[in-house]
Design a protein around this ligand. Structure first.
Ligand SMILES: [Zn+2]
Length: 90
């Protein structure tokens, strides 16, 4: 079952093809990009640049509670979990 030629796809232009030789092609046969199989590069570029331009954080800042209240909130959360929040998975 190893006779079928392996098809590859370019991450940049989406082109699919079957390499003639075995192994990894050096570049996409369509867009000629040597980074056709580099997924991480694409992921880096996928980050929206607008989030850093104005210096604002993408998420609103969490309200900071005084320490005793934070402890009480954490204790309440733990108690709710321990008492069985619903699923009771244990
Ligand atoms: Zn390509």
């Amino acid at each position: 079952m190893g006779t079928e030629p392996e098809r590859v796809a370019c991450n940049r232009c989406g082109h699919e093809w079957t390499p003639r030789k075995g192994g990894t092609p050096k570049q996409c046969v369509r867009c000629k990009s040597p980074y056709w199989n580099r997924e991480r590069v694409q992921l880096l570029y996928r980050r929206p640049p607008a989030a850093r331009v104005d210096g604002a954080t993408p998420y609103p800042p969490l309200p900071t509670l005084p320490l005793p209240e934070r402890l009480a909130a954490a204790a309440a959360l733990a108690r709710r979990k321990r008492d069985g929040g619903g699923d009771g998975a244990d």
